[in-house]
Design a binder for this molecule. Structure first.
Ligand SMILES: [Zn+2]
Length: 243
């Protein structure tokens, strides 16, 4: 097991996801510790080790924000929900709490399924004031209806979940997603001043401006139904879908 962590901006750490799991990002702010996405359930031990290497226990995480409702982003929520506040956009929150497996593809695999909780139901433009960092929620439906990006004001970093990947690659349109919404969401992101994009999978976007204009082109092609639009290979694991 590798427990890789990297400080990618002041106070912001990339906790790399293994295999098909999403990356997790830790924001060690003045007032609070926030984790963006919890990754696959199977990667929990790795995540725990990554946090420990930074001197943090599970209960030291104050808030976990889910970028959307897919199992590879919410899978370890159940290990945090007793001691941390779990936050997600309300469209994601309904599916997670009502156990809409068709969309989330999530099952704990336990004999007694642990009901997942969302303590904070987010809206577009909700803010988290963490003292040294401020996080703004941008609702970016498309990949799914409950997808959000999170913008950090001080560093101008954007945590994009499965909405934008390096090179402007888009995600596939999953259940509850919409191509029209996707185009609109990406075009709204383009109006922001962004220093880096930290996606849920793959490499960090070093040239956000270029990557976002490519993403807009790709999204428009998707809308027109053109072939040859490269979408991300990061789909939830097939074995999970079969549960
Ligand atoms: Zn996803």
């Amino acid at each position: 097991m590798t427990a890789k962590t990297e400080e990618i901006q002041q106070g912001i750490y990339l906790l790399k996801g293994e295999g098909k799991g999403s990356h997790n990002y830790l924001i060690r702010a003045a007032y609070r510790n926030v984790l963006i996405d919890s990754g696959l359930d199977q990667n929990f031990l790795c995540l725990q080790e990554q946090l420990l290497s930074l001197g943090l226990k599970i209960r030291d995480i104050d808030v976990v924000i889910n970028t959307h409702e897919h199992l590879d982003h919410i899978g370890s929520n159940r290990y945090f929900q007793e001691s941390s506040l779990i936050a997600a956009h309300r469209f994601a929150a309904t599916k997670i709490t009502l156990e809409d497996h068709y969309v989330t593809l999530y099952r704990s695999g336990d004999r007694n399924e642990v009901p997942l909780r969302i303590h904070l139901w987010l809206e577009n433009r909700s803010l988290f004031d963490l003292g040294s960092h401020t996080l703004e929620v941008i609702h970016t439906p498309g990949h799914t209806s409950g997808s959000i990006c999170i913008y950090e004001f001080k560093t101008k970093a954007l945590f994009s979940g499965d909405t934008v990947f390096a090179g402007g690659t888009l995600s596939y349109i999953a259940e509850s997603g919409s191509v029209g919404d996707y185009v609109n969401s990406i075009m709204r992101l383009e109006t922001r001043k962004i220093s880096k994009i930290f996606p849920g999978h793959g490499d960090i976007c070093q040239n956000p401006e270029e990557d976002l204009s490519q993403a807009v082109l790709n999204a428009k092609k998707l809308l027109r139904g053109e072939r040859g639009v490269s979408t991300s290979p990061y789909r939830p694991p097939i074995s999970m879908r079969a549960h």
